[in-house]
Design a binder for this molecule. Structure first.
Ligand code: NOJ
Length: 545
């Protein structure tokens, strides 16, 4: 099986850019490949694995942050936006990585974290040094209430109040995440220009775009009004949690779209670059981030498959609601897992993880794969005394640590799964010698082989990569839809339940050949009319012309 860049029966028309038909792969650099034996992944390590990614068939790597950082939030607290953290290597390594990625015809996206810096960033050190420092207004400072208490009721996503008292200057500063991650004041034009300069720096180097961290957080209500409580929230009023309030004033403010537009304009000033926004919002709000006349993010990340219950009716209606809400000329995208949420195989089990992979790679829209999902990696149980994620440490009773989904990539049966010569920063699962790339590579029944076949089919088919989507029907067990382009039509039927199911569309029938199935023995069989599926089965049927 040879992977080349999308081989279509007929070239898709020029209106499609690489990210329309490409597949994105998220690399969590700490955990991908360690090259220097310190137990933490690095850029040189990633370079040694590029051939694997090319073999897998993905088109674009997105790297979680690799910049200098005190690592209070594992790199999402940046102290220098233009450097490389020594843990990951240096700028020479980065340049080499970029050119090696490009040499293979792939793209590289960086993680831009514009909403907040580290509290060790020189901008914040200046800002907190005195009330009249020229950078004071680069962050969100406010007096306390008359009794000295916090300016409003906003909470940190990671627990506790979002305001931190600064004794030296006698004011509070706002931090949506850790107190070590003060939020920038994006209403200040100097902040805007400084961050656009950061983008320019990397775009000039040739990176292919950015995934923008918490894009919907960037602007807050100018009056800092209290967020309203969620009606009947189950939480403890004495100890409220972030989810007990509706963040209607602390996030998703109308002015954010001007900021996104500025970022997009800059991105578009360079050839063929991509702007993705990390946004957790309901569909009607999410799609506003495409911007008026598509002047916003190219792809506001669509996390529905990651947040919704795995229920056929819910998933089917969410797909259709999303398709229906997309603004004219915008392009969809789908994400199954990331470094903040439990892995797909842990949420659904391994059999349904294959169905999820089929869904991700046969829906209309750019798919993002999280490293390790292609071998069915599951969340690794991390003993309490080994938890390092601040979200887990701050809320110890809630089992919300993100460490389990960030463990090292399992490459081989060797020591530390081939990830590192030394003890890795997070432990591996006990079954790592059994569940790894090397074992699965030559096993035609493995999750890895299944992913690779799916990717290969998608890349070779205009219908599957850029073709139209139309729902057929869904019921309490299955969902089904068509993908079509030129004279090629695929019917996808996915059984989201463990019990056998019958595909019985009303007033019509479909005849075709099974091109891919979770039950490999069925590949090549002809099906017609009522199609019977096993529990946990997914079918990709090429419809007869
Ligand atoms: C979203 C990132 O994905 C997450 O890992 C991080 O903790 C927060 N943003 C804060 O930057």
């Amino acid at each position: 099986m040879e992977h080349t860049t999308a081989i279509f029966p007929v070239e898709p028309s020029a209106q499609y850019r690489w990210w329309h038909h490409g597949i994105i792969y998220q690399v969590y650099p700490r955990s991908f490949q360690d090259s220097n034996g310190d137990g933490v992944g690095d850029l040189k390590g990633i370079i040694t694995r590029l051939d694997y990614l090319q073999w897998l068939g993905v088109d674009c790597l997105w790297l979680s942050p690799i910049f200098p950082s005190p690592m209070a939030d594992f790199g999402y607290d940046i102290s220098d936006y233009r450097g490389i953290h020594p843990l990951f290597g240096n700028m020479e390594d980065f340049d080499e990585l970029l050119s090696e990625v490009h040499e293979r015809g792939m793209k590289l996206l960086l993680d831009l974290v514009p909403n907040h810096t580290s509290d060790q960033h020189p901008w914040f050190l200046e800002s907190r040094s005195s009330r009249d420092n020229p950078r004071r207004d680069w962050y969100i400072w406010h007096d306390g209430k008359a009794d000295g208490s916090v300016p409003n009721n906003w909470l940190s996503v990671f627990g506790g109040p979002a305001w931190e008292w600064d004794t030296h200057t006698g004011q509070y500063y706002y931090h949506a995440f850790l107190k070590e991650q003060p939020d920038l004041n994006w209403r200040n034009p100097e902040v805007q220009q400084a961050m656009l300069d950061v983008m320019r720096f990397w775009l000039e180097k040739g990176v292919d775009g950015f995934r923008v961290d918490v894009m919907w957080h960037m602007i807050k209500d100018s009056q800092l009004r209290d967020n309203p409580p969620v009606p009947n929230a189950p939480g403890d009023p004495a100890n409220p949690l972030y989810d007990d309030y509706l963040p209607v004033y602390s996030t998703d403010q109308p002015e954010v779209h001007q900021i996104v537009r500025m970022m997009r304009e800059l991105t578009d000033a360079y050839d063929d670059r991509l702007l993705i926004g990390e946004i957790y919002l309901p569909i009607p709000k999410l799609v506003t981030y495409y911007g008026q006349n598509n002047s916003g993010a190219h792809l506001p990340f669509n996390f529905q498959l990651l947040t919704l219950p795995w229920n056929s009716r819910e998933i089917a209606s969410a797909i259709d609601a999303y398709e229906g809400a997309l603004p004219a000329g915008s392009w969809p995208n789908w994400v199954l897992s990331n470094h903040d949420k439990p892995r797909i195989a842990s949420r659904l089990g391994l059999s349904q993880a294959r169905i999820a992979a089929m869904l991700l790679l046969t829906l209309r829209g750019t798919p993002t794969i999280y490293y390790g999902d292609e071998i069915g990696m599951t969340d690794v149980p991390i003993p309490m005394d080994e938890i390092v994620d601040p979200q887990g440490l701050n809320m110890p009773d809630m089992n919300v640590s993100r460490d389990p989904c960030r463990t090292p990539m399992q490459w081989s049966p060797e020591i530390n799964a081939g990830f590192s010569a030394r003890k890795p920063w997070l432990r591996l699962p006990y079954n790592a010698a059994r569940v790894n790339v090397e074992k699965q590579k030559n096993d035609t029944h493995s999750m890895l082989s299944f992913y690779r076949k799916l990717i290969d089919m998608r890349k070779k088919s205009a219908a599957l990569s850029v073709g139209s989507y139309s729902p057929v029907y869904s019921d309490g067990q299955l969902i089904s839809y068509l993908r079509q382009e030129y004279d090629e039509t695929f019917l996808i039927i996915l059984n989201l339940s463990h019990r056998p199911a019958y595909f019985r569309p009303q007033n019509t029938s479909y005849n075709g050949i099974i091109k891919l199935s979770t039950e490999e023995e069925r590949i090549g069989m002809h099906v017609a009319n009522v199609i019977t599926l096993a529990g946990d089965e997914g079918l990709l049927v090429q419809i007869d012309n």
